[in-house]
Each structure stands twice: as C-alpha cells, then as structure tokens.
Design a protein around this ligand. Sequence first.
Ligand SMILES: [Zn+2]
Length: 116
Amino acid sequence: MVFRRNLNHKYNAQKSVCQSGHTHPSNGEAHYCDVLRLKKKAGEIKDYEIQINHSLFVNGKKITVMRIDFKIINSDDSFEYHEYKGVFTKDFLIRKKLFEAINPNIIYKIITKEFL
Ligand SMILES: [Zn+2]
C-alpha cells in the first residue's frame, strides 16, 4: 500500500480557535494561547498579546518582518516572546538566528508540542 500525504495541507497544520476566540494557524498554538490565558487569570503573568510583528534591521536595512506568536508581559513589566512551533523549517531556523543576533536582550522562547 502506498501512503500519500496530502500536500495541500502543509505540515498538516489546521486552523484552530482558542478559548479567547482568536483564530490560530495550528491546534498547538491555540492550545498554548489557552495556557497563557490561564496563567494570566492566575496572576502568573500580567498580560499577553498575539501575533506581534517585529521588524529585523541590519545596518539600517529592513531585512524581514517576524510574526511572533506571543508576547508575554511579566508582572515586572518585562516582556518575552514565545513562538509555538510544530515544525522547524530551514527558513525559520535562519530567522530565529537572525532575530537572536540582532536582539540578544529579548528572551525568545520556542514552545514545542512536548511542552504542552
Ligand atoms: Zn488565542
């Protein structure tokens, strides 16, 4: 038997709505949004935002815009970025390295299925 993957569904990600009513590009991301919602309710974090655009500049030239899944605002008003990833593409790994090289002071955390 030949098993053929449906190539129309890239990485089998399915759009999914979280408990806050946002549409997320994958189940995992929607689930992580629910986790953050509970953390906010419990007072563990102050707030969170979804789908933040963060431009990356090198020598004054705009290279790309990163779409960050979650911006977490901590109780002390510091913030960090969390990115839910089901699949690590080459493109993503380069963007991640670029982001970290340009923004060494921003905490940029990758959340994977194993975390959930
Ligand atoms: Zn959400």
